[in-house]
Write a protein that binds this ligand. Structure first.
Ligand SMILES: Nc1ncnc2c1ncn2[C@@H]1O[C@H](COP(=O)(O)OP(=O)(O)OP(=O)(O)O)[C@@H](O)[C@H]1O
Ligand SMILES: Cc1ncc(COP(=O)(O)O)c(N)n1
Length: 272
């Protein structure tokens, strides 16, 4: 009999182009040696040029998927991606409470507050932002906003490293245990510095900025790689260091796809 690997649940939307969303999560989790499970929130019509539409799942179906896998298979860590609406966020918060995911329980919970695609297509209604702040952030072990999401959530327009620290403090005040302010969108910075904060100590995670436009799915890849380590029982700092190294190598391995933006690739982990 083989040993059962660690299990991670992603609560996210489908990207028909296969570069982001739950497809990026599943391939990252696979490359990290983890059994991935999905609670599908929405199905997007998407390719390398952007998102042209989506349909949402009914909130009770999202909740039922979470309960089905958690009560049978078990969840070592969970993450959220595209959540689409306030109704889905309420259902996710309630289902997570029922099965011990997040700070009301013991299972690490990573909230990636996806608001729009990298092409600027909206993936969350304006009303749902308040639910992200009020219902998800206080339950999160770790939140991983990019700088556009930081602006939407806090009103802070981060343009330099001092602003990144100010934003980390403001986000921590919303209730998560840890905050990771990602620096991929700090375009003037020659590096991609991600900043981790637990309310008292800052941990800087420096990294190169590769000269490529093919970074679709980098946020999902980072959060999934982090979850693969949290599900093994690692601490947040160790898991985030692993995730950062993993995503850097995945950006380096990114490839062109279609006529637009290609995805980062976790496939480097499976080669050789
Ligand atoms: N060009 C790049 N070279 C190296 N690392 C990068 C690059 N762009 C982003 N990253 C890293 O990828 C991760 C995701 O960062 P980013 O700030 O772009 O988040 P995101 O907008 O949620 O990602 P995406 O929307 O592309 O899925 C971070 O660790 C960031 O530092
Ligand atoms: C279903 C889904 N989830 C998340 C993203 C964000 O990824 P990106 O910012 O790389 O477009 C996306 N485009 N689609």
């Amino acid at each position: 009999m083989n040993t059962t690997p660690p299990r991670v649940l992603t609560i996210a939307g489908s990207d028909s182009g296969g570069g982001a969303g739950l497809q990026a999560d599943l391939r990252t989790l696979f490359a990290c040696g983890v059994h991935g499970m999905t609670a599908v929130t929405a199905v997007t019509v998407q390719n390398s040029l952007g998102v042209t539409g989506f349909v949402e799942m009914a909130p009770e179906v999202v909740a039922a998927q979470i309960l089905a896998v958690a009560t049978d298979i078990g969840v070592g860590a969970a993450k959220t991606g595209m959540l689409a609406s306030a109704g889905i966020i309420e259902a996710v918060a309630d289902a997570c409470d029922q099965v011990g995911i997040g700070r009301t329980g013991t299972t690490p919970f990573v909230v990636d507050p996806v608001a729009a695609s990298m092409h600027g297509d909206q993936l969350l209604t304006d009303l749902a932002l308040e639910a992200v702040r009020g219902l998800l952030f206080p339950r999160a072990t770790l939140v991983t906003p990019n700088l556009d999401e930081v602006r939407l959530l806090t009103g802070i327009d981060v343009v330099d490293r001092a602003g990144q620290r100010e934003a980390a403090r403001a986000l921590h005040d919303l209730g998560p245990e840890w905050v990771l302010v990602k620096g991929g969108h700090m375009w003037a910075d020659p590096e991609c510095l991600d900043l981790l904060f637990d309310g008292s100590e800052f941990v800087e995670l420096p990294g190169p900025r590769y000269d490529t436009k093919h970074t679709h799915g980098s946020g999902d890849t980072l959060a999934s790689a982090i979850c693969s380590r949290l599900a093994r029982g690692e601490g947040v700092v160790e898991a985030v260091r692993f995730g950062k190294e993993f995503v850097v190598r995945s950006v380096r391995a990114s490839y062109a796809l279609g006529a637009g933006v290609g995805p980062v690739s976790p496939l480097w982990r499976l080669e050789g």
